[in-house]
Write a protein that binds this ligand. Structure first.
Ligand code: HEM
Ligand code: HEM
Length: 221
């Protein structure tokens, strides 16, 4: 009898779907431009908060949310590729998925940082623009508009393609656990702790991250 194992704690699920909503909002508002840039900045600051939260939660969250549970040595990644994932346990991020998670988090961090230094030379300029040289602003704006945006879209498309591949080729539904938190497994596995206390701790961490972003923006003026 398969048993339901809590894999994704509520804070990671809330992080994921909030991140999706913000990134969609950022791409739409960035492409509309003009007065939509007010919302572009707001969504951008939310992503900054979410990324800080995820870093802390990577050390303080439930078992499968912790980075330690999905940092794999290169040999395991190669082995995973060689065997087509057959021998890997089905809990948490697999070695290839883990790489894509780190890539997405890294590229999002670069997109937020470059956005802070971007200037459309009309009305929207990031809060760091007045603190850095014109060369940096040109470089950051170019990266933000022409490079980072494209890399992010490619990574998200690959992310979605992998999810569809798992559904149709491996008959594994990855989306349901990201919604409900649980995977149905035949063998016993470690569960992620997801108690009310954990969730309150996550709220405190989130509030501290939002406070830090707000404080930094207030200092930048
Ligand atoms: C993950 C976060 C972000 C994503 C995915 C994102 C995405 C985008 C996109 C798609 C555009 C339109 C590019 C184009 O016209 O082709 C854009 C433009 C822009 N973004 Fe972001 N952005 C992010 C964060 C930020 C942040 C945090 C700021 C500033 C605080 C920012 C400031 C700007 C500015 C000023 C532009 C206009 C650049 C120009 O037209 O010259 N962005 N962004
Ligand atoms: C802007 C779009 C998206 C971004 C930036 C994004 C980003 C991420 C990130 C960072 C993770 C790792 C979660 C963590 O451990 O913190 C993740 C996992 C996941 N995402 Fe997304 N995601 C996006 C869209 C979607 C969509 C639309 C779906 C569903 C249709 C989805 C389904 C999943 C699933 C199922 C996982 C867990 C994968 C696994 O089992 O290892 N994502 N995503």
């Amino acid at each position: 009898m398969p048993a339901a194992i809590r894999v994704w704690d509520l804070p990671v699920r809330a992080f994921h779907w909030s991140l999706v909503a913000c990134v969609v909002g950022l791409v739409i508002s960035g492409n509309i431009g003009g007065s939509a840039m007010t919302w572009h900045f707001r969504f951008g600051y939310c992503v900054a908060t979410l990324l800080l939260f995820r870093i802390v939660w990577g050390f303080a969250g439930g078992h499968w949310s912790r980075f330690a549970s999905f940092i794999y040595p290169p040999s395991q990644v190669l082995n995973y590729l060689r065997t087509g994932g057959e021998i890997h346990q089905k809990v948490g991020h697999n070695p290839l998925g883990a790489l894509s998670v780190f890539a997405m988090l890294g590229i999002l961090a670069l997109q937020v940082s470059s956005g802070m230094m971007s200037d459309d030379e009309i009305s929207a300029s990031g809060p760091l623009v007045k603190w850095v040289s014109g060369n940096w602003v040109s470089l950051a704006t170019w990266y933000h508009k022409d490079i980072g945006k494209v890399i992010l879209i490619v990574l998200v498309a690959t992310h979605l393609a992998a999810i569809i591949f798992y559904r149709w080729r491996k008959n594994e539904n990855l989306v349901r656990p990201m919604l409900t938190g649980d995977k149905l497994l035949d063998e016993p596995a470690t569960e992620s702790s997801d108690t009310t206390q954990d969730r309150l701790k996550a709220l405190l961490v989130l509030a501290a991250c939002a406070g830090l972003v707000w404080f930094a923006l207030a200092r930048l003026g």
